[in-house]
Design a protein around this ligand. Structure first.
Ligand code: SF4
Length: 76
C-alpha cells in the first residue's frame, strides 16, 4: 500500500524561505510571521489552505520571444 503525502502550499509560495540545518533537517519558514501574528514562523505541514499564499514565479521561465509573458509564467 502506498501512502500519498499531500504537497504543501508553502512549497510554491513566494513567502516561504527554506531553512536547512547542518544535520540536513529541512524547515519551511513563513516570512508572513514577521509582520502578521496569524502566521506561524514554522507552520505545521502540509498547509493545504492559506490566505497569505502567493505563487512564486521562476524568472528563468519567462518567455524570451518578445511577448509580455502575462499569464504564462510557470509555478515552481
Ligand atoms: S503565506 Fe501561507 S502558504 Fe505562504 S509560506 Fe506562509 S503559511 Fe505557507
Amino acid at each position: 500500500m502506498v501512502t500519498m503525502i499531500p504537497s504543501s502550499l508553502c512549497e510554491t509560495c513566494s513567502r516561504m524561505r527554506e531553512v536547512v540545518t547542518p544535520k540536513g533537517s529541512r524547515f519551511l519558514l513563513c516570512q508572513m510571521s514577521r509582520t502578521d501574528p496569524r502566521y506561524a514562523k514554522y507552520p505545521p505541514q502540509p498547509v493545504v489552505r492559506c490566505e497569505g499564499y502567493r505563487a512564486a514565479v521562476e524568472p528563468e521561465d519567462e518567455p524570451d520571444d518578445g511577448e509580455s509573458g502575462e499569464g504564462t509564467a510557470k509555478l515552481r
